[in-house]
Write a protein that binds this ligand. Sequence first.
Ligand SMILES: Nc1ncnc2c1ncn2[C@@H]1O[C@H](COP(=O)(O)OP(=O)(O)OP(=O)(O)O)[C@@H](O)[C@H]1O
Length: 372
Amino acid sequence: MYLKTLHLRQFRNYQEQKIEFTAAKTILVGNNAQGKSNLLEAVELLATLRSHRMARDRDLIKEGESVSQIQATLERQTGISDLTLTLRRNGRRSVALNGESMRRQMDFLGVLNAVQFSSLDLDLVRGGPDGRRNWLDTLLIQLEPIYAHILQQYNQVLRQRNAFLKQAQDAASSPKNLEQLALWDAQLAATGTKVIRRRDRAIQRLAPIAAAWHANISGSTEVLQIQYVPSVPLTQNQPEEVQLAFLTKIQQRAVAEMYRGTTLVGPHRDEVELTINQTPARQYGSQGQQRTLVLALKLAELQLIEEVVKEPPLLLLDDVLAELDPSRQNQLLDAIQDRFQTLITTTHISSFDSQWLNSSQVLLVNAGKLSS
Ligand SMILES: Nc1ncnc2c1ncn2[C@@H]1O[C@H](COP(=O)(O)OP(=O)(O)OP(=O)(O)O)[C@@H](O)[C@H]1O
């Protein structure tokens, strides 16, 4: 797929900016805080309706404005699509495809696919489990857009169940409350099971691809394992079995949940374990080795999305090339070639080899304005 144009209106530090992409690689050059990452974030939003910076919509809208709009034309094998995302200060969003407003955001997801790679991704190795869950969810949204809806349903039930547990804390064992709790348990297990089964499937597909990339980059000296460790034991991926295991576990933790006033079982407590040579990756080796792991994950994401959607997704490289040593840079560049349209941000154009520069479109970014 190929992003032909992008039009930002009152987005972050851009007042109004139209961009036409004229090469498979676009390098955005500028000093810190000029708007390079903001531009990549706009593309990421069109792909996933999420920002890996976890920004609220009101932070995405230009200061002093109430509405922001991101518009793009995208060429796919099936034809050209026009995507529009409108953000409002009150948090209400709307999406349109080819000028037609889409009622469900799910119908908008999956039109544009992109893999984002920034220095924040190192937190996948070093940070807590929520970052890894978030990464997996963002990938799943692109693999199966209906997952966005499933996750939203689960989170809604979780919020309501938590509110109930808090409010019922003092009279937890009254028959009325127990009856009510059983209803919430059933809903949590039903929606949670859908999340767990999809996360399991995605990791099963991603893990061997990432392990192969990792062996390739590390020269086969290291073995990467990615394992999904759901909060509910998953012996089989049959929905009835998972749901039953969910209910059993939640009943075992009922007293603790009532006491703490919050839900202790479910995919919001899942973990994705990354190990290298059987040692947890966060304890293993140098920062360089941790970067290799993240690079392998990103290459695996690219490959998996391509396999599933049958077209190469976009790659958004936010200031990461300079952080990789020359051999890893080359491995990444070799893997991308011209197959994946790539937007790259950098503060120093000198870090690119001349062959690359010759085949790339170079844009300068300065205080929310682009020039060539
Ligand atoms: N909602 C907003 N309204 C106006 N300006 C904003 C808004 N959000 C962010 N900015 C501005 O955008 C700039 C940050 O841009 P961005 O994160 O794209 O930096 P960058 O060019 O990628 O630089 P770096 O190399 O530091 O990552 C800052 O000047 C910030 O004040």
